[in-house]
Write a protein that binds this ligand. Structure first.
Ligand SMILES: *[C@@H]1O[C@H](CO)[C@@H](O)[C@H](O)[C@H]1NC(C)=O
Ligand SMILES: *[C@@H]1O[C@H](CO)[C@@H](O)[C@H](O)[C@H]1NC(C)=O
Ligand SMILES: *[C@@H]1O[C@H](CO)[C@@H](O)[C@H](O)[C@H]1NC(C)=O
Ligand SMILES: *[C@@H]1O[C@H](CO)[C@@H](O)[C@H](O)[C@H]1NC(C)=O
Length: 180
């Protein structure tokens, strides 16, 4: 029994030491943020009635404080948000209130970055016991599948991704790796 306990505690130390090596490159995330800022439009007043179905769960941006898991969690939220968005974007093409699709070249550059970041983030595992992020993406998918209000979903998705990327880059900048 004692041996098992020792092995388990060694494993725990190893996990904590090993986890911070799973990182995302800050400049890629910053670039994805900047491209997204140039894509699409700000949320329209016509989308107000759907607000309840399009509210990003703020709780995922807080929590997991002070522990060695903080960086891991923060980077996971970035990766998981981009993954959820990528899944929606695979099935539908984003467009604005007037029906105009997002700029093709900028969107394609954004998607390339998105996949690069997701590739780096593959090692970021975290058990979201609340399931709020999954629930958010289910809600967003439902909105975007409704042709007449899909633009609201794209506007909200853009708004929320910008917030996730910006706030994580600001609050947890040391969690990212930065090129010299
Ligand atoms: C869109 O929203 C951002 C952030 O709230 C703001 O800085 C920007 O000026 C807005 N753009 C327009 C065209 O309203
Ligand atoms: C995390 O820390 C911030 C300040 O550093 C504090 O305001 C917030 O309540 C903390 N959240 C949790 C879940 O402990
Ligand atoms: C999803 O939509 C339902 C119905 O409006 C809402 O109660 C729930 O809070 C939404 N989930 C999230 C994570 O926003
Ligand atoms: C909002 O969410 C609720 C509960 O999930 C659902 O019944 C309703 O149809 C949704 N509204 C829209 C506009 O998608």
């Amino acid at each position: 029994m004692k041996t098992i306990a020792v092995i388990l505690s060694l494993l725990q130390v190893w996990l904590v030491v090993a986890m911070p090596t799973c990182r995302l490159e800050g400049h890629l995330v910053q670039l994805a943020h900047d491209l997204l800022q140039n894509l699409g439009e700000n949320i329209s007043v016509h989308c107000l009635p759907y607000n309840a179905n399009m509210s990003f769960p703020e709780s995922v941006l807080t929590g997991a404080n002070k522990s060695s898991l903080q960086c891991h969690k923060a980077l996971w939220v970035v990766s998981e948000s981009l993954r959820g968005a990528a899944q929606i974007m695979e099935d539908s093409i984003p467009f604005g209130e007037g029906g105009e699709p997002w700029n093709k070249n900028t969107f394609s550059d954004f998607q390339n970055l998105q996949y690069q970041i997701l590739d780096q983030g593959q090692c970021l595992t975290y058990k979201d016991t609340t399931g709020v992020l999954a629930s958010y993406f289910t809600n967003m998918t439902t909105i975007i599948q409704q042709e007449d209000i899909a633009f609201c979903g794209w506007m909200a998705l853009r708004r929320d991704l910008l917030r996730v990327l910006k706030s994580t880059l600001q609050k947890h900048d040391t969690c990212f790796t930065w090129r010299d």
